[in-house]
Design a protein around this ligand. Sequence first.
Ligand code: ASP
Length: 332
Amino acid sequence: MRPLLGLALALALSVAASAQPSETPVALAIHGGAGVIERGSMTPELEAAYRQAIEDALRAGYAVLAGGGSALDAVVAAVLPLEDSDLFNAGRGAVLTAEGAAELDASIMDGATLDAGAIAGVRHVRNPIRAARYVMERSPHVMLAGTGADTFAEAQGLEPVENAYFLTERRREALRRVQERERSSQPTGAREAHERMGTVGAVALDRQGRLAAATSTGGTTNKRFGRVGDSPVIGAGTYADAGCAVSATGTGEYFIRLAVAYAICARMRYLNDPVHAAAAAVVHGDLTALGGDGGVIAMDGAGRVAMPFNTPGMFRGQVDADGNVSVEIYRD
Ligand code: ASP
C-alpha cells in the first residue's frame, strides 16, 4: 500500500505543479501620458473620448491574456489602438517637430528573456510598436534610428505611410503656440505642456508568469536636431525582467539620466522593494528631486500595479485578473 500511496501523492503533486502556471493571474495596465491634465481644461466630450479609448485598449490587451496569449502580444495589442487614435501622442496624432513633421519612437521588452527592441525617429511607420518588436525578433540589434529604421520596417513588410498620415490640426496648433511663445521668449504655458503629453505604454503579466513592457511616443512638441527622448531607450522609458515591468511618460531627458524604468526594477530586485515602494521612490524621490515631471506604470510578478506620477494627471487604466476595467485621469 505504501509505495502506491507514495506514487499517488507524487502524481497529485506533479499535477498540482504542472497546473500552477495556468493559475497565475493575468494583469494589464496602460498609460496614455502624464502632464497638466486638469478637470477645468477638459470638456466632458473629450474626457469621455479619452476614457473610451483607454478602455478599448485595455480590453484589446486583456483579450490576448484571457485567451492564454503572451504578455508580449498583450502589450502590443493594447498599444496599437492608442497609436491609431489621434487623441494620443503616438502614431497618428503625434506631436510635431520644429519642422512640422512627426518623428516617432517606440520600444518593447520581454521580461522572460530580456530581449528588447526599439526604433527612434521614424517618419513612415504607421505602428511604431510593431517595428520595435521586429527589431527585437528579426534583427540582431536592440535599437534602430532614423531612415535606417524606416527602411528596416518596410523590409519587414510594414507598409510605409506618408508623414501626413500622422499630422492633426490639434498638434499643428500646439506647435504654432509653442513656437510663438519661444519667439516672444515667454515660458511654455500649461496649455502647451498639456499638448505635449500623450505618450502611450503598457505592462502585462501572462498566464505563464511572463512580464512585458512597451512604450510609444511622438516625443516633445517643437523637438529639433533628431532629439530622442526616453521612450525608445531600454532602461529609461521601458524595462522588463522576470519580476518587474515598467513603461514611463514625462520629460524624457530626466528619465534617461535617472534610468527610471531600470531603477524601479533594480530596487525591486536588489532591495526587495515592493512595486509600490520602488516606483514611488523613483518618481516622487529621484525624479522629482531632479526637477523631472511625469509618471510610470509598473507591475510585479504577481500582477500588482503601481502608477505614481508627479503631474496633475496621467491617463491610465488597468484590468484585473477577472477582467474588471478601471480608468483614471486626474490625481484625485
Ligand atoms: N517621454 C516622452 C519623451 O520625452 C514624452 C512623454 O512621455 O510625454 O519623448
